[in-house]
Design a protein around this ligand. Structure first.
Ligand SMILES: CC(C)(COP(=O)(O)OP(=O)(O)OC[C@H]1O[C@@H](n2cnc3c(N)ncnc32)[C@H](O)[C@@H]1OP(=O)(O)O)[C@@H](O)C(=O)NCCC(=O)NCCS
Length: 196
């Protein structure tokens, strides 16, 4: 994405609550709307709720708890063997907080019912700044409408804030504009994609 498109003076401050930006999905014509959020958010990596649903970091055991099947509700995803999952998991862990995948586990079924990820990009511009890129936000069909998606996005924004990002960006389908706006994002530019 074009970094110059997101200079700070182009970006109005977000009103309050969770501030984030981004998620990427590709529309039929490969152009999508980008959403961005900037502002005052709370630090913290763990959100506990009275309903028992809490946001935590992805664990190896989530392979047995339906994590890959949940991702398949977002984008075509073939089943992964334990070894494949373990190898990719180790790669991501080696990146530390620069690559963070969170999940919400249903306390009753012990299945993963929501997830999202964020990649922290290290830049030279703006005095070696950092930008968070949110990806792969999905809530299980049977658990939508419970504000789990909102919790996941807030967690990822908080992570970006805690790691020193000055903004968070994401891409989404136009029909999800309202959802991300409710998470504190504002619309900014379009997405371009080149598929191999
Ligand atoms: C988009 C998605 C993550 C939303 O998760 P969710 O847990 O159902 O959403 P929430 O309950 O947290 O919704 C938060 C708010 O956004 C609203 N909202 C949720 N989805 C919406 C949509 N598609 N359009 C408009 N508003 C929406 C909710 O009504 C709620 O509003 P409220 O605060 O006024 O009550 C979920 O529907 C999903 O996984 N979709 C399929 C995968 C996908 O498209 N992921 C996004 C990739 S960019």
């Amino acid at each position: 994405m074009g970094s110059e498109a997101f200079l700070a003076n182009d970006i109005p401050k977000a009103q309050n609550i969770e501030n984030v930006a981004d998620s990427s999905q590709i529309s039929e014509n490969c152009i999508m709307h980008q959403l961005i959020v900037q502002g005052n958010i709370q630090n913290g990596h763990h959100i506990e709720n009275a309903d028992g649903f809490s946001v935590r970091r992805l664990q190896l055991s989530d392979h047995q708890k339906g994590f890959v099947e949940l991702l398949a509700q977002l984008s075509p995803t073939r089943p992964l063997s334990q070894q494949e999952f373990q190898e990719r998991f180790a790669e991501l862990v080696s990146m530390g907080p620069d690559h963070h995948i969170c999940v919400i586990e249903d306390p009753v079924s012990c299945r993963v019912v929501a997830t999202g990820s964020i990649f922290i990009e290290r830049k030279f511009i703006r005095g070696c700044s950092k930008v968070g890129h949110i990806e792969d936000v999905v809530v299980d069909k049977g658990a939508r409408g419970l504000h789990l998606g909102h919790r996941v996005v807030k967690h990822l924004v908080d992570h970006a804030k805690a790691t020193g990002c000055y903004k968070v960006v994401l891409y989404c389908k136009p029909e999800l504009r309202e959802f991300y706006q409710k998470c504190g994002f504002m619309e900014k530019n379009v997405q371009m994609a080149f598929y191999f």
